[in-house]
Design a protein around this ligand. Structure first.
Ligand code: KDG
Length: 343
């Protein structure tokens, strides 16, 4: 028990100390309508996540620039519900803000499925260009409906496979492996196509399902693997970088309509700054945490470019399956960004 406690505190202590410091708040105090507002902001990841660090910065900006007329109450680890429960709570007006992954929301916003296509974003910089560019900004406008107001993007990140059974260096090693996926049809298609046995499940249930062997494996970014302590129940990992997942920052339309325009703009500015900072934290921490997981005994397989190419080839049919449903034009526009960058 003492050893387990020691490893727990040392893990989170290490992660916490290495987190880039919260930047200072820039920009003047924003004049409101004299009323005070309390915003509840809930996320699914833990306090040790880059996402929660971003949330702390959002809180600092909004409270300081509203001269404390807006208070932001932050909740983590799905305290007020998982991604889909939080989105429903925003629509019902019982929660003010959340930042889910786009993947579980594909049934509500089909165009988000483009983010679930494998190997679509060769670099995080290209993901930034797409999300901060016309495509991403139009998606925020399109997602500002159904009781929601979408005001920004941040980073969940590149996903890595972990499992409890054996090292995975090729799709053949996935034969029959029970892999948990997000509640998303493309992720199910990806792992089925690779020969695994995928199961959709809420993130909030994942650790217990891994611990009890309900599933053999899962896939998430290194920082989530560590901050959610999956490495304690998953000895093997493979650096697949198979999908880049963004988070989308959402406000309840009911909350939004109560705010004066000056405070609406303040939330938009703060969401942009939170997203930029959170991406920075996620990228600074990524390699460091992979090393910490190795040091802690995780057996991490780094695939050669040839081995990655085998996964890419085997997953080409996923593009054929989903091109028409997602829209070939959107996929081609995003791919074009990669080409522009590679010139
Ligand atoms: O709220 C947490 C989820 O947004 C996020 O972690 C989703 O990557 C995810 C997963 O695997 O469910």
């Amino acid at each position: 028990m003492a050893a387990a406690l020691l490893s727990l505190t040392s893990l989170s202590a290490v992660a916490a100390t290495e987190m880039p410091p919260l930047p200072d708040v820039t920009g003047d105090v924003v004049k409101g309508d004299g009323n005070d507002y309390n915003l509840k902001f809930n996320i699914g990841l833990t306090q040790s996540s880059a996402q929660y660090r971003g949330l702390e910065y959002f809180k600092k900006i909004v409270e300081q620039r509203s001269d404390d007329h807006i208070k932001v109450q932050t909740f983590h680890s799905a305290q007020l519900g998982d991604d889909l429960q939080s989105v429903s709570a925003l629509q019902a007006g019982t929660l003010d803000m959340t930042a889910p992954s786009t993947s579980p929301m594909v049934s509500m916003f089909p165009q988000f499925a483009v983010f679930d296509l494998p190997f679509l974003f060769p670099t995080p910089e290209i993901a930034d260009k797409v999300l901060d560019g016309d495509i991403g900004q139009q998606m925020l406008k399109d997602a500002s409906t159904k009781g929601l107001v979408a005001i920004g993007w941040s980073e969940n990140g590149y996903r890595q496979l972990t499992n409890s059974e054996h090292a995975v260096t090729s799709p053949a090693d996935l034969d029959g492996l029970k892999v948990r996926t997000m509640q998303n049809p493309i992720h199910l298609d990806i792992w089925r196509t690779l020969g695994a046995n995928p199961t959709p499940m809420s993130f909030a249930e994942l650790f217990t399902a891994l611990e009890q062997g309900v599933v053999d494996g899962q896939e998430n970014p290194w920082i989530t693997i560590e901050s959610s302590k999956f490495n304690e129940v998953q000895p093997y990992a493979t650096e697949t970088n198979h999908v880049y997942t963004p988070f989308i920052t959402l406000v309840s339309e009911r909350t939004w309509n109560r705010l004066p325009e000056s405070y609406q703009q303040l939330l938009r500015d703060a969401a942009k700054q939170m997203g930029d900072y959170e991406r920075h934290v996620s990228r600074v921490m990524n390699d460091q945490i992979k090393q910490e997981l190795k040091d802690d005994g995780m057996k991490i397989t780094e695939l050669t470019p040839e081995q990655v190419a085998v996964f890419q080839q085997d997953l080409a049919p996923v593009y054929d399956d989903w091109r028409d449903k997602i829209g070939g034009d959107l996929i081609d526009r995003i791919r074009a960004e990669s080409k522009v960058d590679s010139k």
